[in-house]
Design a protein around this ligand. Structure first.
Ligand SMILES: [Zn+2]
Ligand SMILES: [Zn+2]
Length: 289
């Protein structure tokens, strides 16, 4: 007789969601399964599909629908940075699967999923984000997945092979060390201008800055949480002064500006670039001649 907690462990080892047949193959017989269900050690999601009782409710709804948590819903569940506030349930469905009724269903379906599991594979999730929310959201999610090690180099290569050719340069440009979604967004939005952008640059006497455009235009992107105290502001002013003494120009934007008021941010950056203020002084003389 298999104890309910051992049945639960078996389900967890199978990924948190399992078919009765998979449980049986792992040594969980019908009776042990029934006892585990009666005991609350497992829950039944739909006919023949069982899960850990603490499964994320969104993932449970996705499995009830016949798939796995996918697209933006999966990206959020994985802790990736998501721009849009679309809070519908996005479900990754196997191409040969069947859509099932469940209470309160308003799911967005993506018929590009794989095997039974609570959350779709990261490659499927990113492809779905691309199809559903476009290249900007895709790029931000990809860099965030790379940063959080939700995807490895082999995964990035698989992803690259499975996106349309016009998206491949985006995959190639994605970096492993983006510090925040805001940085990824900034890099994405500045791509058309072909500016040299370095991230997380350490400048002596200044410290680490978010971005340097060209040689000497510093671009700081303040996140949502930090930078609201007076001491933060003082520290920023000290840094800006140290940077100015070295011939750097600093532009500083916050979250709301970059996300919601991009035209004004772009205009500020491009005005500096047009004036050659991102180039070294020697280059600038040549630039403006
Ligand atoms: Zn979607
Ligand atoms: Zn549904």
């Amino acid at each position: 007789m298999t104890e309910p907690h051992l049945v639960q462990r078996t389900c967890r080892d199978l990924g948190g969601v399992a078919r009765a047949a998979e449980l049986a193959a792992a040594g969980v017989g019908r009776r042990a399964l029934a006892r585990a269900l009666a005991d609350g050690a497992l829950i039944r999601l739909r006919q023949g599909i069982y899960a850990m009782p603490d499964l994320d409710p969104d993932a449970a709804a996705a499995v009830r629908h016949g798939g796995a948590l996918g697209c933006l819903s999966a990206a959020r569940a994985l802790g990736l940075w998501v721009l849009t506030d679309d809070d519908r349930l996005h479900v990754s469905m196997p191409p040969t699967g069947r859509s099932r009724e469940h209470p309160d269903c308003a799911c967005v379906l993506h018929w590009t999923g794989g095997v039974l599991r609570p959350i779709a594979s990261i490659v499927d999730v990113l492809r779905q984000v691309l199809a559903c929310a476009g290249p900007e959201e895709f790029f931000v999610c990809l860099e965030s997945a790379m940063r959080l090690k939700r995807i490895d180099a082999a995964g990035v290569a698989r992803l690259r092979a499975r996106v349309p050719s016009w998206v491949r340069p985006l995959v190639d440009d994605a970096q492993w060390d983006a510090d925040s979604g805001l940085e990824s967004l900034l890099r994405f939005r500045l791509r058309p201008y072909r500016l040299r952008i370095r991230s997380q640059v350490v400048i002596p006497t200044v410290g680490r800055v978010d971005h340097v455009i060209g040689d000497r235009l510093i671009l700081e992107a303040d996140g949502r949480e930090n930078h609201d105290g007076g001491s933060e502001r003082h520290r920023d002013l000290v840094r800006d002064a140290a940077a100015a003494a070295l011939g750097f120009d600093t532009l500083r934007f916050d979250y709301a500006q970059i996300v919601h008021d991009w035209p004004s941010v772009r205009a500020a950056i491009l005005a500096k670039v047009d004036a050659g203020l991102h180039l070294r002084c020697a280059d600038r003389r040549r630039f403006s001649a």
